[in-house]
Write a protein that binds this ligand. Structure first.
Ligand SMILES: [Zn+2]
Length: 348
């Protein structure tokens, strides 16, 4: 927390917001709802060095390995870590790889990789924002380089910009990256609509920075007017979603207004796109999400959609009509989405 609050402010320190609690509670709710018993478990495995090196510089991987075996360190940009982090981060990346393999091999229709630490801020040169290894990017490159999948799209709905994923594929036309995020949140200044890739990858990076306060109408419009047309144009063979749950209305690090119902609707749209374009091949990789009270309900809504099972669990925050009434798309949100939509035509 020393990285998010001035040290002097810590008169009564709280634990780091990036912890296992939200993920454990999501798993517990899926279990308690009865849904877990209907799912197919996919065992994670450690990503091997060759897989990590598809994204990350060798010197960075070696540094994380050495510091993790000692006392820990900082992966870069507010990513303090402790002993044994190398192993758990390699397990997170390998868990995403195992998930895409399971879908590609037809063992499951789709998958949710509930992993930690998150990955989308980590890029070739190093970690950032709690992320150590770039889980979704590593899974995408495994699909392409190891499994012969030509074109992969990564749709990122974490409230923060997927800058590490973007950096990995900045000059790469074979992986389309689309990031929906709160404008100028983290990293500061990153993920503007003008960032669209370079060289052979020009056009294959899309950013949809949304104004703080955006909710259901803005996110659904961003998907319908930008992400889905971009996917149709790109025609991926596999869709990976970097599934941060920190655009929820209860998140302490984001200022967006999504409910669990919205995450379910967004998942349905992703499934529809994957169904139309790539045989339904879809994997969601867990990213951020810092409300340990609300992440479980958002995650359950997603996994219910993926599994096609309604558990009947009631989101206690959706019982107050005034909080969840669907507000119309506002002018400044529509303008931001239109600016991003203008870049879809640049996809080759
Ligand atoms: Zn995030």
């Amino acid at each position: 927390m020393a990285d998010t609050l001035p040290r002097e402010a810590l008169f009564e320190p709280e634990p780091s917001l990036e912890s296992g609690a939200a993920k454990r509670r999501l798993h517990h709710l899926i279990d308690a709802s009865g849904l877990l018993a209907e799912l197919t478990a996919i065992a994670p495995r450690l990503a091997v060095e060759r897989e990590l090196l598809r994204v990350h510089d060798p010197a960075y991987v070696e540094r994380i390995r050495a510091e993790s075996a000692d006392r820990g360190g900082d992966a870069g940009g507010s990513s303090p870590f402790g002993r044994w982090t190398f192993e758990i981060a390699a397990l997170a990346a390998g868990g995403c790889v195992a998930a895409v393999d399971a879908v590609l091999d037809g063992r499951v229709r789709n998958a949710y990789a509930l992993v930690r630490p998150p990955g989308h801020h980590a890029g070739p040169a190093g970690g950032c924002g709690y992320c150590v290894f770039s889980n979704a990017a590593i899974a995408a490159l495994h699909l392409r380089d190891q499994r012969g999948v030509d074109r992969v799209a990564i749709l990122d709905w974490d409230v923060h910009h997927g800058n590490g994923t973007q950096a990995t594929f900045w000059r790469d036309p074979s992986v389309l990256t689309i990031s929906l995020h709160q404008e100028d949140l983290f990293p500061p200044g990153s993920g503007t609509v003008a960032e669209t890739g370079a060289g052979p990858g020009a056009g294959a990076t899309l950013n949809v920075p949304l104004p703080a306060g955006s909710g259901r109408a803005a996110y659904l419009a961003a998907l319908e007017r930008v992400a889905l047309p971009a996917l149709e144009r790109f025609r991926p063979d596999f869709l990976v979603v970097a599934s941060g749950l920190d655009a929820s209305m209860n998140d302490p690090l984001g200022r967006m207004n999504l409910t669990s119902e919205c995450f379910g609707l967004m998942t349905a749209l992703a499934m529809e796109a994957a169904g139309a374009l790539c045989g339904g091949r879809l994997v969601l990789c867990h990213e951020g999400g810092y409300s340990s009270a609300y992440v479980p309900y958002c995650g359950l809504a997603i996994v219910e959609r993926l599994a096609g099972v309604a558990t009947g669990v009631v989101d206690p925050w959706l019982t107050d009509e005034r909080r969840v009434r669907a507000l119309p798309l506002r002018t400044h949100e529509a303008a931001a989405i239109d600016r991003a939509a203008a870049n879809v035509a640049r996809i080759g």
